[in-house]
Design a protein. Structure first.
Length: 103
């Protein structure tokens, strides 16, 4: 039975299982009847906005940088000992996060 858990044997078994489940799902879904409503944007009965919601990646990069600094800072603090240098590092980390948050 351990042979079934090896990747070269398990992978084709999983592919076959997924193919069977997809075929069963396709059979349960019924026939497709395309309509104009299916190709339009659904926004709870309202017309879709004509302006872009997020004008670019700048807001995303600011949030991503914030979380990267927080996570890496906590990793460094978690692996260090409690010394005055750690306090200085934590103060610097707070200043950087404050500057990043205020923009």
């Amino acid at each position: 039975m351990d042979i079934l858990l090896t990747p070269p044997v398990a992978f084709p078994i999983y592919i076959l299982l997924v193919a069977l489940l997809a075929a069963a799902g396709r059979g349960l879904a019924g026939a497709s009847r395309p309509s104009g409503m299916q190709s339009t944007t659904y926004s709870s009965g309202e017309t879709p906005p004509e302006s872009v919601a997020s004008p670019g990646y700048k807001p995303f990069f600011r949030v991503a940088l914030f979380f990267a600094i927080v996570h890496l800072g906590i990793l460094v603090l978690g692996t260090s000992s409690l010394t005055p240098l750690t306090g200085v590092y934590l103060l610097g980390l707070l200043v950087v996060l404050l500057a990043l948050t205020l923009g």
